[in-house]
Design a protein around this ligand. Structure first.
Ligand SMILES: NC(=O)C1=CN([C@@H]2O[C@H](COP(=O)(O)OP(=O)(O)OC[C@H]3O[C@@H](n4cnc5c(N)ncnc54)[C@H](O)[C@@H]3O)[C@@H](O)[C@H]2O)C=CC1
Ligand SMILES: O=C(O)[C@@H]1CCC=N1
Length: 265
């Protein structure tokens, strides 16, 4: 695979780091990285596979998998700039732009171009993304290309495109939501007597442990909660107080508000 990432900002950077960490498994032969001002990408120039440029057309010409990682408002302009170079027999477009539909991309490129819409998250840089994928008919034939990138860098789930906004909230914005929960439990640990670095370690490892328990046992969170909540013990006391204060309700309301915002992007 010859991969180009057009728009190496926060997410594009994370994808680039992830791809380079698994370049053999992904079978990446070259990686073009573009952005308007490439000075922040200079450290990538030492990596033999990587070419950095502000010339999107050059990146498209020398690649076959084109990952579009610009802001939603920039996507159409970038596509217009390169659309004449995109060959349905050679290229596959992978867009990670929030809220931009496959049909909007199809309207700009030639008929038959494989278009895959993906929603990864920034944990892709450490091989732990949850990436949701949907595609047009031609793109479905090239699912293997997207999967070989994103399966090497976490988990993937093929979904209907209508669920892509929900996947954005749960998985992509989700990184920020979980970070805030980790911060809150860290602050609580400091209040209860731990130094801040110790507090964060306790919080992070407990978070990882909770997710790992569910992944390994395939059980439901309430089954695991039942094992922790000693009758009349401290856990149920704390859990009930959190719910009295609206923990689950506020998280669900936040997710729905985030979802409603995407529909305005
Ligand atoms: N940041 C995140 O965690 C996630 C972001 N997304 C989506 O991914 C896309 C990128 O998001 P971010 O990386 O956060 O944004 P960003 O603003 O950090 O990155 C966009 C990059 O595109 C570059 N760019 C702008 N116009 C360009 C052009 N004409 N040619 C080449 N490069 C150009 C900018 O210089 C910038 O580096 C957005 O559509 C966002 O909604 C999706 C999932 C997660
Ligand atoms: O906040 C945003 O709009 C983007 C999409 C998901 C993560 N960042």
């Amino acid at each position: 695979m010859k991969i180009a990432i057009i728009g190496v900002g926060n997410l594009g950077y994370s994808i680039a780091v992830g791809i380079l960490s698994q370049k053999k498994e992904i079978n990446c032969k070259s990686l073009y990285l573009t952005k308007r001002n490439i000075s922040s990408l200079s450290h990538f120039e030492k990596v033999s596979l990587v070419k950095t440029t502000n010339d999107n057309r050059r990146a498209v010409k020398y690649s076959n998998v084109i990952i579009l990682a610009v802001q939603p408002a920039q996507l159409m302009e970038v596509l217009e700039e390169v659309q004449d170079l995109i060959d349905p027999k050679k290229h596959t477009i992978i867009s990670v732009a929030t809220g931009r539909k496959i049909e909007e991309i199809e309207a700009v490129v030639k008929n038959g171009v494989p278009v895959i819409r993906c929603m990864p998250n920034t944990a892709i840089s450490v091989g732990q993304s949850m990436t949701c994928i949907s595609a047009n008919e031609a793109g479905k034939l090239n699912f293997h290309l997207a999967k070989s990138i994103f399966n090497a860098l976490g988990e993937t789930m093929c979904i209907e495109e209508r669920l892509m906004q929900a996947a954005t909230v749960i998985c992509a914005s989700g990184i920020a939501f979980w970070m805030r929960l980790i911060r809150a439990t860290t602050q609580g640990a400091v209040q209860l007597g731990f130094h801040s670095e110790e507090a964060q370690k306790l919080s992070m490892q407990t978070c990882l442990g909770a997710a790992s328990l569910l992944i390994d046992s395939q059980s439901h969170p309430e089954q695991e909660i039942d094992k922790v909540t000693t009758p009349s013990g401290c856990t149920i006391e704390g859990l009930n107080e959190m719910e009295h204060q609206g923990l689950s309700s506020s998280i669900i309301k936040g997710l729905v508000t985030s979802y409603e915002k995407i529909n305005q992007i």
